[in-house]
Write a protein that binds this ligand. Structure first.
Ligand SMILES: O=C(O)CCC(=O)C(=O)O
Ligand SMILES: [Fe+2]
Length: 288
């Protein structure tokens, strides 16, 4: 990237300086990563692919997400395969699930969506023997953030996704977190903020650079990943990131993003008899 070119771009829309310094191209994912896309993700720690899915696909997935949420509220589900559900209340009093694990196990359209051959491409990019772990960890998770009364999920404090490896007694490794957007997510929705290049940090910084989930303040180095519904993003799980609270409220703050677990190594599938992982038990205990 030519530094002079990006440094002379005008400051726009109150985006953090990192967004002005790092000018992410409008990447699109074909049947292979291009060398430029590969290099970008390796170097910066995240990437966004525009228009991964068509609006009709996004609409269908959104309808199924709402259906699953209504079903789990009706069934008064507290956990799925041992993973806790986060349940909020709409202003009208009706419950809705704000963190929905294992969506592709319970939702046929989500399951079908994962058959898109580009998910294989992403797995191959992650390394040999990677798969989408539909029944592993928390499976395909949909996060549903809203900034309004009754919502219990409007932001997430600073964290890396690699801490979970430590809890699962696995060495922190390169772990790609793949997100797919069901709603537009621009600056006013808070959106995910990543510290570029932080995947290259020492294990000490991975553990101690910030207080996991408790620190929520803006970081001078953070970059806002803005995306439209239908876009797909990948971030290296060793990067520090947070989800900021929306500056707007009510329906305008709705942000639904699905995350897929890319897994390697021995298959450890979960089912109705799975126990709640220590990670969640500790988070519950510590109330964060
Ligand atoms: O919602 C997002 O975009 C990020 C979610 C996230 O960081 C997480 O669930 O670990
Ligand atoms: Fe995360």
């Amino acid at each position: 990237m030519a530094q002079t070119e990006v440094l002379t771009r005008p400051k726009k829309r109150g985006l953090p300086s990192a967004n002005l310094l790092i000018d992410m191209p409008e990447f699109e994912l074909g049947d292979r990563f291009t060398p430029e896309q590969r290099e970008w993700l390796d170097e910066v720690g995240f990437i966004r692919f525009k228009g991964f899915a068509k609006p009709e696909t996004v609409r269908q997935l959104g309808l199924e997400q709402e259906e699953l949420s209504r079903r789990w509220v009706r069934e008064d589900r507290k956990t799925l395969f041992g993973t806790p559900l986060i349940v909020g209340k709409q202003p009208g009093g009706e419950g809705y699930v704000q963190r929905m694990p294992f969506c592709s196990v319970f939702g046929e359209k989500h399951h079908e969506f994962l058959k898109d051959p580009r998910f294989r491409t992403i797995c191959e990019f992650a390394g040999p023997d990677y798969r989408v772990g539909e029944k592993e960890r928390d499976g395909l998770v949909i996060n549903h953030y809203r900034n309004e009364d009754g919502s219990v999920f409007s932001q997430q404090g600073w964290h890396t996704d690699s801490l979970r490896d430590v809890f699962y007694l696995e060495k922190p490794r390169r772990y790609l977190n793949v997100g797919f957007y069901l709603d537009d997510s621009h600056l006013e929705k808070g959106s995910v903020r990543v510290i570029p290049f932080s995947h290259q940090q020492s294990t000490w910084n991975l553990l101690a650079r910030k207080r996991y989930f408790l620190d929520v303040e803006a970081d001078p180095a953070e970059y806002v990943i803005e995306a439209d519904a239908g876009d797909l993003t990948i971030h290296d799980g060793r990067c520090w990131h947070r989800v900021a609270k929306a500056s707007v409220s009510g329906p305008a703050s709705q942000r639904r993003v699905m995350y897929l677990p890319l897994m390697e190594g021995p298959l450890k599938e979960k089912d109705e008899n799975s126990r709640m992982p220590l990670y969640f038990r500790l988070r519950r205990f510590a109330k964060f």
